[in-house]
Design a binder for this molecule. Sequence first.
Ligand SMILES: [Zn+2]
Length: 274
Amino acid sequence: MSANIGFRLNRQKEIEFYTIPSFEETRIVKHGFTTRIGGASPHPFHSLNLGLNTEDNEENIVRNFETISDALEVPMDKMVLSDQVHGTNIRIITEDDGGKGLVKPMDFKEIDGLLTNVKGIMLFTFYADCVPLFFLDRAKKVAGVAHAGWKGTVAKIGEKMIKTMVSTYSSNPEDILVGIGPSIGTCCYSVKKDVHDQFNNNFINTIGIFSNQDIYTWQLDLWKANEIILKENGILSRNITISNLCTSCNTEKFFSYRNEQGNTGRMAAFIQLI
Ligand SMILES: [Zn+2]
């Protein structure tokens, strides 16, 4: 059995964002993946740049967060931001963390995955080609997001998220819904031997993950790699949804680090238990 395909495009006030149909059906979360539509930042960050570590003017970025806060009706002191380093550290977010990284200092470092069971807290991770992974345990009511570029994928941050949900919240993997969001697709993502070797070391087989371009270059499918990791850890195919949206093919909608030579903004994956 294969995963579900397709996220849904939503508009709320000025902003456009993608949601996962199976997550919407639970009615227990507000969630989404932002596009570049609806913000205040100028070229090359036009316009809804949410990357506080980009060269964009900080005033623009804060204004973009205010736009999101207004459109989603979530106060900024309920938002919690990640500190991404292409690692696999995961933080359990509590009520006290509200606003950290945005309206309060961030007192944690090197966090690529966030999990919470606190209603009202909205978790944020940031992207420009890397894979956003969304998690929702509809039985235990736990939500999370994780940043999985090739490094996070080969180090299996998806597996670590599931294991952390099981150990911290007693989640049953069969209750967990997962969304694999917009990112660079295999159509646009060629890699060299160093990356190919690391996948070969960490995966039992890489059939379906790579297709050969020539003897020195491979096309890497990060969606497939993450799907394999999720299934190996007990997530059911019918509970996985892949957006099938390539950021590099769609720069009118998405920021793409590769397509725009690094000079671009960041989108956000966000999730909040309601
Ligand atoms: Zn593409």
